[in-house]
Ligand binder design. Structure first.
Ligand SMILES: [Zn+2]
Ligand SMILES: [Zn+2]
Length: 178
């Protein structure tokens, strides 16, 4: 995701609204590679504070993921908030890095007339992802014996409805009756 800031760079105190739509590279997530389905869209305000460019707004996209229980692929919509500070690396002026409003904010150097916000967009999306993806709240997952997707239909495995804790009891009884 790239933003042309040629004009904005020359106008301290100004800000611009930018709507972007662009493909994003794959995300590394717990050793897995997640790819985006279609382009991600960003709605941003970029302000020239005189010392730096402030980028604030929202990014939306759709990730192709797999359910942690039933392993079915499905789409996961994401929406992340972006709030970044970019300072010109080629600036003659010394940039004082100070936390704004008591909140720590990372200052990111940039050079030239184009801001590439892709790394920060990916980072902020990673922050809003859950530990694992579930296709739905009550996903029944796969039968541990035959692998049948129990969302589609129950399988024919015996004792499927028996609580596993009761199964252990049953086995214990079997042994003691021998
Ligand atoms: Zn599922
Ligand atoms: Zn089964």
């Amino acid at each position: 995701m790239r933003i042309d800031v040629t004009d904005l760079k020359k106008s301290p105190g100004e800000s611009i609204q930018v709507e972007l739509s662009s493909p994003l590279p794959e995300l590394e997530f717990y050793g897995e590679r997640l790819s985006f389905e279609g382009p991600a869209r960003a709605s941003l305000e970029i302000s020239n504070t005189g010392k730096a460019l402030l980028v604030e707004g929202k990014v939306k996209g759709t990730l192709g993921v797999r359910c942690a229980r039933c392993l079915e692929p499905f789409r996961w919509p994401v929406e992340a908030t972006l709030s970044e500070v970019y300072y010109p690396a080629d600036s003659e002026e010394l940039v004082v890095v100070e936390p704004t409003q008591g909140e720590y904010q990372e200052w990111i150097p940039f050079s030239g007339d184009v801001l590439d916000i892709t790394p920060e967009v990916l980072k902020s999306i990673l922050l809003v992802l859950p530990m694992r993806f579930l296709c739905k709240e009550g996903c029944r997952g796969l039968c541990p014996r035959c692998g049948q997707n129990l969302n589609m239909a129950p399988c024919a495995c015996p004792g499927e409805d028996v609580d596993p804790r009761l199964m252990i009891l049953k086995d214990m009884f079997k042994d003691s009756n021998r």
